[in-house]
Design a protein around this ligand. Structure first.
Ligand SMILES: Cc1cc2nc3c(=O)[nH]c(=O)nc-3n(C[C@H](O)[C@H](O)[C@H](O)COP(=O)(O)OP(=O)(O)OC[C@H]3O[C@@H](n4cnc5c(N)ncnc54)[C@H](O)[C@@H]3O)c2cc1C
Length: 429
């Protein structure tokens, strides 16, 4: 059934994860008529449906802030619901310190609802991308499969925030290959476990935690040698990040098998927690994430490919649209460990606007985990704080492209974009 209406938004944002939701809010706040499309009945992507439950790395190890803007507004609004724990620093399984804000994943859905509604974004939920018609260097129409039938949209600018870059894949865009010997980072089925006696669990030293994690991994009860968790602000439960599924999540069969195997791994891990981990004896598995969390799939080939070397020794980009400080944190597809490259104490890096622009297309941008970056660079910039900052930049740029660039994202006045982002509270230096 073909739906009669043909919406003509200025900006179509496809994918309502954190990158897409921030992009849509930023575009609408700049006055662009904005349509946000999401396949689930709620926004947030990995942050809600994937139950990741903690925003990492707002600052350098020395305490210099690198992320603010809309990302901070999300935390402020979570706090008004009492749904964020105080910003703190914890010790990672690698022994390195890391700052974070833990939050209630269900309340984040409500916060994102509030923010898109207040900004005047039209959110089309339960809507899946169907196909894309691209001619020459423009995406002309996008067809969406909704509950009410097929809707054809004629946007001026499209932002692909589907994580898997489904819009650009269907538009025939160019993607980056994995480097030789690399494989995609694995997926993880997060699970909620509790109640936990945190006084006893927190009394364990990092070495004791690591020894327990290794025992569970070697016994085949944990798929990953870690007891990585984020606490729920409302209860004595925590979301555990200790399953590991080496798949290409754009392969539907592999993704389906991973959902099943992910729940099995989570169940085994919960039995291990109960049996072997002090403070967890009285707990049980309370919930699985709505879907397996995806760290990496397609990465677009953009006007600039951000590399790990550029994170470690940042060149002076003149089109910086966001900062980051998160280390290069590669979860290998097999084995229990992490490959972790910490950044220096007060080290931050920049993300250039050109990494958001797909080669060969004039009216498209990307944000979130599919931006133009190598496998190793993505392992740093994929975190939710940076995804939100890049989303804010993409939405602001798309609105500017509509207002003064004839819908061409390369005609955006980058210094004006940077001034606008800073006026919105984003940090660029
Ligand atoms: C297990 C795990 C643990 C992590 N741990 C942390 C952590 O501790 N701290 C941290 O800050 N970050 C962490 N990350 C990274 C972070 O969660 C992600 O990189 C980030 O959320 C990516 O956001 P995104 O908006 O780009 O993508 P996603 O969150 O993947 O959002 C994509 C959205 O697009 C929608 N979508 C996809 N395809 C379609 C389609 N065809 N049609 C319509 N809608 C579509 C999806 O439903 C989803 O809502 C973790 C990630 C995982 C998977």
């Amino acid at each position: 059934m073909q739906h009669a209406m043909t919406p003509t938004p200025d900006v179509l944002v496809c994918g309502g994860g954190l990158a897409g939701t921030m992009a849509a809010i930023a575009a609408a706040r700049q006055g662009a008529k904005t349509l946000l499309v999401e396949r689930y009945g709620f926004l947030g992507g990995n942050a809600t449906g994937g139950a990741v439950a903690q925003f990492n790395c707002w600052q350098t190890a020395a305490g210099r802030r690198v992320i603010a803007g809309l990302a901070q507004e999300v935390v402020d609004r979570l706090e008004t619901y009492g749904a964020a724990r105080p910003h703190d620093v914890f010790v990672m399984s690698t022994g390195h310190p890391m700052d974070r804000v833990e939050y209630a994943t269900e309340v984040l859905k409500l916060v994102l609802d509030d923010m898109v509604t207040d900004a005047g974004v039209t959110a089309l939920l339960h809507t899946q991308l169907l196909d894309v018609n691209a001619r020459n260097d423009r995406i002309e129409t996008v067809r969406l499969l909704t509950k009410g039938g097929i809707v054809t949209v004629e946007p001026r600018v499209v932002i692909d925030t589907s994580g898997d870059m489904d819009v650009l894949h269907k538009a025939g865009a160019r993607f980056l290959a994995l480097d030789e010997g690399d494989s995609l980072q694995p997926a993880t089925m997060m699970f909620r476990f509790g109640p936990i006696d945190f006084a006893r669990l927190d009394a364990l030293s990092p070495d004791e935690v690591q020894a327990l994690a290794r025992e569970g991994f070697e016994a085949g009860e944990l798929a990953r040698a870690a007891l990585h968790l984020a606490r729920d602000p409302f209860s004595q439960d925590a979301w555990f990040n200790i399953s590991r599924l080496g798949i290409d999540a754009t392969d539907t069969y592999a993704l389906s098998r991973a959902e099943i195997e992910g729940r099995r791994q989570a169940w085994r891990a919960a039995q291990f927690l109960q049996r072997a981990v002090p403070g967890c004896e009285g707990g049980r598995l309370q919930a699985f994430a709505t879907q397996v969390g995806i760290r990496e799939t397609r990465r677009i080939h953009g006007d600039h490919v951000l590399t790990a070397e550029e994170l470690v020794q940042p060149p002076p980009f003149d089109d910086t649209i966001a900062l980051g400080a998160y280390p290069i944190d590669i979860h290998p597809a097999v084995g229990g460990e992490l490959i972790y490259t910490p950044m220096g104490d007060d080290h931050a890096y920049q993300i250039p606007y050109r990494s958001l622009i797909p080669q060969g297309l004039a009216n498209a941008l990307v944000a979130g985990r599919g931006i133009s970056a190598t496998h190793a660079a993505l392992a740093a910039i994929r975190v939710m704080t940076i995804s939100m900052a890049v989303g804010q930049a993409a939405g602001t740029a798309a609105a500017q492209a509509c207002a003064s660039g004839g819908g061409d994202v390369r005609r955006v006045d980058v210094p004006a974009l940077q001034r606008q982002l800073q006026a919105q509270g984003a940090l660029l230096a």
